[in-house]
Design a binder for this molecule. Structure first.
Ligand SMILES: Nc1ncnc2c1ncn2[C@@H]1O[C@H](COP(=O)(O)OP(=O)(O)OP(=O)(O)O)[C@@H](O)[C@H]1O
Ligand SMILES: [Mg+2]
Length: 137
């Protein structure tokens, strides 16, 4: 797979599909099995948030190259309610939905790069990247 793949997200079932597609796209790049699990876990969290807070959205996966580095880029986008305070949402333990509040900060720790754009009433876009470690293969 060398092109962007997008998965529509509207229910819990899509979490499984997104995880599988993520592993499938990242595996040939040379990630270890542990790293593939970390990527799949980060994908689960952002997709779960779409289902919980925005009802529907889209998860896209692509391969990125920067010089001799290669990695996977994961984009989760929705037109849901948006996040009023991103700094707060990124804190461990902050949840507006009686949950653990570990999804976003956890996903950030699991990936190498993590960015949120969100506007109240318009939606949320999360972009995260993970690079293949140079001497891992
Ligand atoms: N796509 C989104 N749209 C709107 N709000 C969101 C979205 N994703 C996260 N949020 C807000 O950010 C908060 C923190 O998200 P995070 O995933 O860290 O925790 P959680 O979903 O509440 O709990 P957990 O993920 O641990 O089950 C959420 O409670 C919610 O208020
Ligand atoms: Mg969450």
């Amino acid at each position: 797979m060398e092109h962007e793949v997008c998965i529509p997200v509207s229910s819990e079932i899509d979490i499984v599909t997104a995880r599988q597609k993520g592993r499938q796209m990242a595996a040939p790049l040379g990630f270890s099995n542990t790293e593939l699990t970390l990527i799949a876990t980060a994908i689960s969290e952002v997709v779960r948030n779409i289902v919980e807070y925005a009802r529907s959205g889209e998860l896209c996966l692509d391969i990125v190259r920067e010089g001799d580095r290669r990695g996977i880029v994961v984009t989760a986008q929705d037109r849901g309610p948006g996040i009023p305070n991103i700094k707060l949402a990124m804190q461990d333990g902050y949840s507006t939905g009686k949950s653990l509040g570990l999804g976003l900060p956890g996903a950030k720790r699991l990936m190498d790069e993590f960015e949120i754009e969100s506007e109240v009433g318009r939606g949320t876009k999360i972009t995260m990247k993970k690079w293949v470690q140079k001497n891992a293969r």
